[in-house]
Write a protein that binds this ligand. Structure first.
Ligand SMILES: Cc1ncc(COP(=O)(O)O)c(C=O)c1O
Length: 378
């Protein structure tokens, strides 16, 4: 292994394939998966679809692709609209794909409870197809689980799912880290997926496969999504080697997730005990430091991380199964040093905040406040 991940806290995407994964490639299947002739891909797709309680699965090269083709496949002719949380990856971090691939308007909603969208939030922002030619009707609700590391309460999912079904609205889940939600809630993946028409389950993040995301849904939907996958250049040929590694990631690493949550929760508790405010409660593998309250100077923070040999990016600390307890101790030292500096030299951001700055550069609650005010003024 040439790349060390024990001290990598930027994202759980930085996990690297294990020796077992790499060795497994030697005898993987090498069929053409565009023609559905690759055995390992078919096995992975049906294994994950079964876990999710869905008819079919589709291996995609990335979470962005599986989200975007899923949403595209749920939509027909514009004008149409997708409703999602304002922080949703599908909206804020997928290169504007909803506008180009789906020609969709988006209603980005700020959850009233500050944590997750409830059915009340959705109903309040839903645009019906009622003949009002000024509006683009809402056809899809897209939720994310986990979002900011928060686990969606099953009761709320149930309410939303029933309402969407009764109102002819499709419900998609960006389940890049739904694995974490299942592990944390001690429920099966299928218990969460049953509320959705489609779910995108990432393999290359928290589970540690090198590449890939599995889209699941009913057979007709997956056929449609596969058409868009091909159209967008996602028709991979001999992808058995990727499927083989991903299957090992699902089977071997899913049981390790709870331990990473324990590390994140302990770290979050330690932050609060030391006066370092957090943005949201820690429920799974992410800790978000509240940069608007904790006035860390980004360059002091970066220098401190370098000094203690840990890698971070902005205010999100991400834990994964390849971290080590020693690296977490070093991370604490780095944060404490930068925090002490912030008490003496509080950092004040210059210039106007943008509403949707990339989260990797840290969040700033004043942006949210500004958007709330703007929303009230409309
Ligand atoms: C919540 C969420 N959804 C989707 C994606 C997209 O995945 P990919 O980077 O594989 O395109 C990410 C990436 O980090 C993510 O965090």
């Amino acid at each position: 292994m040439t790349y060390e991940t024990y001290n990598e806290f930027r994202s759980d995407t930085f996990t690297v394939p294990t020796k077992e994964m790499i060795q497994s490639v030697l005898d993987c299947s090498v069929g053409d998966s565009v023609y559905k002739e690759d055995k390992d891909t078919l096995e992975l797709e049906s294994y994950v679809a079964k876990l999710a309680g869905k008819e079919a699965g589709l291996f995609c090269c990335s979470g962005t692709m599986s989200n975007q083709i899923a949403l595209r496949a749920h939509l027909y002719q514009p004008p149409h609209r997708i409703l999602c949380d304002y922080r949703a990856h599908v909206y804020s971090h997928e290169a504007g794909g909803l506008a180009t691939l789906s020609q969709a308007m988006v209603t980005p909603v700020i959850p009233a409870n500050g944590l997750y969208l409830t059915l009340d939030d959705i109903i309040a922002n839903f645009i019906p197809d009622d003949g009002n030619i000024h509006m683009a009707p809402t056809r899809v609700v897209s939720l994310e689980n986990t979002l900011s590391g928060l686990v969606y309460p099953l009761d709320e999912l149930k309410r939303i799912s029933h309402w969407c079904h009764d109102n002819g609205v499709k419900l998609h889940c960006d389940g890049a880290r739904l694995w974490n939600a299942a592990a944390e809630g001690d429920v099966s993946v299928g218990e969460i997926c049953k509320y959705f028409d489609s779910v995108s389950l990432c393999l290359s993040k928290t589970l540690g496969a090198p590449i890939g995301s599995l889209l699941v849904g009913d057979r007709a939907f997956i056929e449609k999504a596969n058409h868009f996958k091909k159209q967008n250049g996602g028709g991979l040929r001999q992808q058995g080697m990727l499927a083989r590694m991903a299957l090992i990631a699902v089977k071997d690493n899913f049981p390790k997730l709870k331990e990473t949550h324990k590390w994140a929760k302990e770290f979050g508790k330690w932050c609060e005990e030391n006066g370092i405010a957090l943005e949201v409660p820690v429920q799974t593998n992410f800790v978000f430091i509240d940069f608007s309250k904790v006035k860390l100077n980004p360059s002091v923070w970066d220098e401190s991380c370098k000094k203690y040999n840990v890698r971070t990016m902005g205010n999100r600390i991400s834990f994964h199964y390849q971290n080590t307890p020693d690296a977490i101790e070093s991370l604490k030292k780095a944060l404490l040093e930068a925090y002490k500096d912030s008490l003496v030299n509080p950092y004040v951001r210059k210039g106007a905040p943008s509403l949707y700055r990339a989260s990797s550069s840290g969040s700033d609650s004043t942006m949210v406040e500004k958007e709330k005010q703007a929303a009230k003024a409309i």
